[in-house]
Design a protein around this ligand. Structure first.
Ligand code: FAD
Length: 283
């Protein structure tokens, strides 16, 4: 019989986590602030009437209590939070913490546990999987190259006759712009992100959206191309370690956040950047 934990579903994972916390009463439980980590910790916390602090980007100890720092108000403020109760449950933002040092010779026992729920008790059924485009996940990416509404802004490009109305012409131009974004991303081994304007306009699927209502990322390098840097976009990428902006408008807000800025047309800048990186990386 297939194990009820074979596919991730919130109910069996949340129930088992709650059972393990109740049995072992750890002082602290840390989980990744991924969709799965957030789901399972929230369900377990609700089950046991415990607090949960999601999306921490820093932790400090005060006596036995952990103080977690997490961004609020679209990243404009940092909030310090503690939770009371027998177990403090905290999820950690991906890549906000350095990987733990590996201590040679240290090991721990792996304890096998049985699922807490039977299949009959689980409402959600996984019926199928579809392969996504096989691109690098935004959450795990060390480098992200993102495109915004500016990727469709090149009046010099003449759309083919099939692109009859203005929307079709805009989408065609955006495809040319995103081809340049992808070209740079492929050269750097990066994931491709997008602003909400680019997603809403149909240039990219929602899965690529970075920002308040998209993904929150903290790569080592974030290259924003044709993105103005609205506060809602910043909410998803302001914790990137190094931000580079390419924008025609020298007054675009993204330049206030960027460590390096290139004021120019992305249709000229991106091919030049890609060619230079290819040369330097021997590609
Ligand atoms: P624009 O603001 O239109 O900027 C386009 C930029 O491209 C301009 O700065 C322009 O100078 C530049 N440009 C134009 N042509 C070129 C060229 N050829 N070369 C170089 N530069 C060029 N936004 C998000 O991104 N993510 C979110 O999750 C999100 N959530 C939101 C939630 C709410 C509740 C609300 C109200 C808004 C949200 N938004 C979000 C939308 C956000 O407010 C902005 O509208 C959006 O981020 C703008 O996207 P953009 O920078 O691509 O477009």
């Amino acid at each position: 019989m297939l194990c009820t934990l074979a596919d991730f579903r919130p109910e069996p994972y949340g129930a088992l986590l709650a059972q393990l916390i109740a049995a072992h009463k750890p002082a602290i439980l840390l989980a990744p602030a991924t969709t799965r980590g957030r789901d399972a910790t929230a369900l377990a916390a609700a089950e046991l009437d415990l607090g949960v602090i999601p999306d921490a980007i820093a932790l400090t100890m005060t006596g036995e209590t952990v103080r977690a720092t997490r961004p609020v108000y679209a990243g404009k403020l940092l909030c310090a939070a503690t939770s009371s109760g027998s177990t403090q449950i905290i999820s950690l933002r991906s890549r906000a913490f350095p990987l733990p040092a590996r201590v040679a010779g240290r090991s721990g026992p792996v304890t096998r546990v049985a699922p807490a729920l039977t299949e009959a008790a689980i409402a959600t059924k996984v019926v199928d999987y579809a392969v996504s485009e096989g691109q690098i996940s935004l959450n795990d990416a060390k480098i992200i190259v993102s495109g915004g509404r500016g990727v469709s802004n090149n009046a010099a490009l003449t759309p083919p006759p099939e692109a009859k109305d203005d929307k079709a012409k805009e989408i065609w131009r955006a495809q040319q712009g995103f081809a340049l974004v992808r070209g740079l991303a492929e050269t750097l081994g990066a994931a491709v992100g997008a602003s909400r304007a680019a997603v809403d306009a149909g240039y990219m699927p929602y899965a690529h959206q970075v920002g308040q209502t998209g993904k929150t990322v903290s790569p080592d390098l974030y290259i924003a191309c044709g993105i103005s840097g609205a506060i809602q976009h910043q909410a998803g990428m302001r914790n990137s370690k190094c931000i580079v902006a390419v924008n025609k408008d020298a007054d675009a807000p993204i330049f206030k956040l960027a460590r390096f800025g290139i004021v120019g047309d992305l249709f000229q800048v991106l091919p030049a950047l890609t060619a230079e990186f290819q040369k330097r990386l021997g590609k």
